[in-house]
Design a protein around this ligand. Structure first.
Ligand code: NDP
Length: 311
């Protein structure tokens, strides 16, 4: 008897599903691939692959569902959706390209800040030759998981003084690591604060006036995790009061960032449209195919989310 095939439903509301369908259909373990929205009978679907948001009522059409995978690194869109069942595994994408791209983006932000790159560009417009000096920077990474842990190593390799903060204690060569009981000490020693925490009930709004005020005067913020980690008005207030020197932001409460949002025109804020690290179907499909094989062979799926922790 041949191996069982898995029927899959893809819901990629903001992405073109074509590359995912093509990639998945090359696996001999994949049966039918459905793309939401569809009127077809989905009662044999065992795997649901989602990038946000998932339409209401989808789950109730999937009585055979055994596994849900986010098509990105984040799972906040699933954790906050009441229709998502809690009795089947939920996995997410962990992919070397995603990890490398994130580290490169943040390195770019840190170095642009260190070298006053915005000012150099403004000076070029005026044909002004001004050799701006720069200092060594202490960079702190909040969240030392797949993305933050790799970033901390890359920052150290690039010559920065690096510290990191996470729920549990980590050991990373060259990086001063703090656990969740030492947040204030971590914050007090920084020139740049990078946020790579997941969104959970504990971390929503964590980048607020109280926390950001604990950084030294002149600290710069890079938020590449989620928009709702940040209290926008607190950031603007702290920049206006010259406590923070500025920010680079890739993620926002509302995306696309509304045209009239004050971040767009602020001369100390750099805005990018959620492009710090984008899942590429070509490389993420390797993990999905590995997990399809594991589902068929009834072995534990890779990169499962801890439903109690929420990430
Ligand atoms: P991981 O789950 O691998 O790592 C999360 C880290 O955060 C862990 O070190 C964890 O600590 C720590 N953490 C979680 N909650 C707390 C808390 N309450 N206090 C202190 N530390 C905490 O996530 P990834 O590194 O893969 O991804 C991080 C986030 O990056 C994603 O959730 C997503 O939102 C965002 N992202 C943004 C992208 C973009 O393009 N802008 C692209 C991809 C992801 P511990 O290890 O001790 O549990």
């Amino acid at each position: 008897m041949g191996k069982q095939k898995i029927d899959i439903l893809l819901s990629t509301s903001v992405w073109d599903p074509k590359a995912w369908v093509e990639g998945l259909s090359q696996s001999e373990l994949v049966g039918k691939i459905y793309v939401w929205p569809t009127e077809e009978d989905l009662s044999n679907v065992e795997a649901l692959f989602v990038w946000k948001p998932l339409a209401e009522g989808v789950i109730e059409k999937l009585p055979s569902l055994k596994w849900i995978s986010s098509l990105g690194a984040g799972v906040d869109h699933l954790m906050t959706d009441p229709q998502i069942p809690r009795n089947i595994p939920i996995t997410r994408i962990v992919d070397p390209n995603l990890t490398t791209d994130m580290a490169n983006y943040v390195l770019m932000g840190v170095i642009m800040h260190q070298r006053s790159f915005r000012l150099l560009q403004q000076n070029q417009q005026k044909a002004q030759w001004e050799r701006i000096t720069y200092n060594k920077l202490r960079v702190g990474v909040m969240g030392l998981g797949e993305l933050g842990g790799h970033l901390a190593k890359q920052l150290y390799a690039a010559g920065f003084e690096v510290s990191g903060y996470s729920r549990t204690q980590k050991q990373i060569e060259g990086v001063k690591c703090y656990d969740e009981n030492h947040l204030d000490t971590f914050l007090s020693e920084l020139d740049v604060l990078v946020n790579l925490l997941p969104i959970t009930p504990k971390t929503v709004g964590i980048l607020n006036c109280e926390l950001l005020s604990k950084t030294p005067k002149g600290c710069y913020l890079i938020n590449v995790a989620r928009g709702n980690h940040l209290v926008d008005s607190d950031l603007l207030k702290l920049i206006d009061e010259n406590h923070l020197s500025g920010a680079m932001l890739d993620v926002f409460h509302q995306e696309p960032l509304p045209n009239d949002h004050p971040f767009w025109a602020h001369d100390k804020i750099t805005v990018t449209p959620h492009v710090a690290s984008v899942t590429s179907p070509e490389s993420a499909l390797n993990l999905l195919k590995e997990n399809i094989e594991r589902l068929v062979n009834e072995t534990p799926l890779l990169h499962q989310v801890d439903l109690n922790r929420g990430y």
